[in-house]
Design a protein around this ligand. Structure first.
Ligand code: ATP
Ligand code: MG
Length: 401
C-alpha cells in the first residue's frame, strides 16, 4: 500500500523573505502528522508539498487534512512529463471515477503548468487530454462550470493528476506564531477559540482550572479529550490542570455573590500571568463572546482584563453561538463539549451576577483574599499532562518545572 498526495498552501505563498521558514515548518509538521502511519517522504515541489507515504490513502488523508497551513489536498497519481503518459493516466482516472459515480455526465480538464519546460501550455494540455477523454467516453460532455468530474493536472517536476480535492484547515503552520495559554473550560466556546488561534500558527498550551471535588474527575477527562482533538491538528500539547479548589472556597466565603464570577476570572488571569513566563507564553486565549453572559459584557471583560499584563485574545468576541457551534462541529469538539459536566464557574453562579461592574468595587471585594498566596499554592499543586492526538501519557512534570 502506498499513496501520494499534493498539498496546496495559501497565505504562505505571499510571505516574502520569511517564506522559506514557513515552508520548512509546514514540511516538518506534515512529516510529524503521518510519521506513525509508516514510512513517508515529504518535500516541496514547485509551490506544493508532495507527500509519499506507505500508509493507506484514507488514514493518510485524515491526518493531512488537519495540518494547519494546508488549504486543500489531493490524492494524486504522478507520471512522467509527457503527454502520452498524462493522457493514459487521465483516462484511467476518469474510468475509476465513472465506476464509483455512474451518474457522471459532464467533465472538465483543468491544467496548471508550473514547470514551463513542459512544451504544451496549460490550455493545450487540457484540450488534448479532454479530447482523449471524450473519445473514450463519448457520453460525457465537456462543461466548464460545475462539471460532475473535474480532472486536475498539475505540471510540476512530474505531472500530478487528481479528480478530488479535500479541504484543509488553512491558516499558517503550527509553530510560526509564538506560544499562548489557551483557557479550556469544557464548554463549547473555548476549544474553538484555541483552535482558531492555533490555526494562525500559534502553539497553544491549554490550561484548565479544576475544582475537585466541586467538579469531578470526569470534567478533567472531558478537557483531556478536547485537547486530544486539538492535538490532532496542532501536534502534542502540554495541558496544565490548575488546582483551583481553595480559591473557589475562599471566593465563596469572602466575596459577595454578585461579584464571584468576576473575581474567579481575575484569579485565573493572575495564575496565567505567573504561568506564562515559565512556559514561554506571550498571551492568553479565552472563549469569550461579547454579551453572551454577565461576565462577558465589555464592563466585565475590562475588569477581568485588568488582572493581567498579558494580551488576552478573544477570537470569538464577535461570533454568534450558532456560528461557534457550527465551527465546533466541523473541528470535532462539539460532541465532547456537550457531554454533561460541572462547570467550576456555574457551581457558584449567583442568581443576579453584576453585568456592569466597576474595577473599584471588584478590587474592594478582593480585599479579603490573599491573592499572591492563593496563586502560589494553586500553581504548586497543579499538574502538567502531555496530550497527543491518539494517546495521553501523564508526564512526571509538575508545576515546579
Ligand atoms: P466555554 O464554552 O468556553 O466554557 P462560556 O461561554 O461558558 O465559554 P464562561 O464560562 O463565561 O464562558 O468562561 C469564559 C471563558 O473563560 C471560557 O471560554 C474559557 O476560556 C475560560 N474559562 C472558564 N472556566 C474555565 C475553567 N474552568 N478552566 C479554564 N478556562 C476557563
Ligand atoms: Mg463555560
Amino acid at each position: 500500500m502506498s499513496a501520494t498526495f499534493l498539498l496546496r498552501y495559501g497565505e504562505i505563498a505571499l510571505k516574502g523573505q520569511n517564506q522559506r521558514y514557513f515552508l520548512d515548518t509546514l514540511v516538518r509538521n506534515v512529516e510529524r502528522a503521518v510519521a506513525d502511519l509508516g514510512r513517508a517522504e515529504v518535500r516541496l515541489a514547485f509551490g506544493r508539498v508532495l507527500v509519499r507515504t506507505d500508509a493507506g490513502a484514507d488514514p493518510a488523508a485524515e491526518r493531512l487534512r488537519k495540518v494547519f497551513g494546508v488549504v486543500s489536498l489531493s490524492h494524486v497519481r504522478d507520471v512522467d512529463l509527457n503527454l502520452g503518459a498524462i493522457t493514459t493516466a487521465a483516462i484511467e482516472m476518469a474510468e475509476e471515477a465513472i465506476e464509483s459515480r455512474p451518474d457522471i455526465a459532464s467533465f472538465k480538464v483543468d491544467t496548471r503548468r508550473a514547470d514551463k519546460r513542459f512544451p504544451l501550455t496549460s490550455m493545450e494540455t487540457s484540450s488534448q487530454v479532454g479530447g482523449a477523454i471524450h473519445t473514450r467516453f463519448p457520453h460525457l460532455r465537456a462543461k466548464m462550470r460545475k462539471p460532475d468530474l473535474l480532472a486536475r493536472i498539475e505540471i510540476r517536476d512530474r505531472a500530478y493528476l487528481s479528480t478530488e480535492s479535500i479541504p484543509g484547515p488553512g491558516g499558517l503552520p503550527s509553530g510560526t506564531g509564538g506560544r499562548a495559554l489557551a483557557l479550556i473550560s469544557g464548554g463549547i466556546d473555548s476549544p474553538v477559540a484555541a483552535w482558531l488561534t492555533a490555526r494562525r500558527g500559534a502553539v497553544i498550551t491549554p490550561v484548565h482550572f479544576h475544582s475537585f471535588p466541586f467538579t469531578s474527575e470526569r470534567s478533567k477527562e472531558k478537557v483531556m479529550d478536547l485537547c486530544r482533538v486539538l492535538a490532532d491538528y496542532a501536534g502534542p500539547l502540554e495541558l496544565w490542570v490548575i488546582y483551583f479548589t481553595d480559591i473557589q472556597r475562599m471566593i465563596q466565603l469572602r466575596v459577595p455573590d454578585a461579584l464571584r464570577v468576576l473575581v474567579m476570572r481575575r484569579m485565573m488571569m493572575r495564575i496565567c500571568d505567573r504561568l506564562a513566563p515559565r512556559v514561554g507564553a506571550l498571551a492568553i486565549i479565552t472563549g469569550e463572546s461579547l454579551g453572551q453572559v454577565a461576565s462577558q459584557t465589555l464592563e466585565s471583560v475590562s475588569v477581568i482584563n485588568a488582572a493581567t499584563a498579558l494580551p488576552v485574545l478573544r477570537p470569538l468576541i464577535g461570533a454568534d453561538k450558532t456560528e461557534i457551534v457550527a465551527r465546533a462541529e466541523a473541528i470535532g469538539t462539539y460532541e465532547i463539549s456537550i457531554r454533561p459536566y460541572e462547570d467550576c464557574c456555574s457551581l457558584f453562579v449567583p442568581a443576579h451576577p453584576r453585568t456592569l461592574p466597576t474595577l473599584d468595587e471588584v478590587q474592594r471585594a478582593e480585599q479579603g483574599l490573599d491573592a499572591v498566596a492563593l496563586v502560589d499554592e494553586s500553581l504548586a499543586r497543579s499538574e502538567c499532562i502531555r496530550i497527543s492526538g491518539r494517546e495521553a501519557v501523564p508526564s512526571a512534570m509538575n508545576s515546579s518545572a
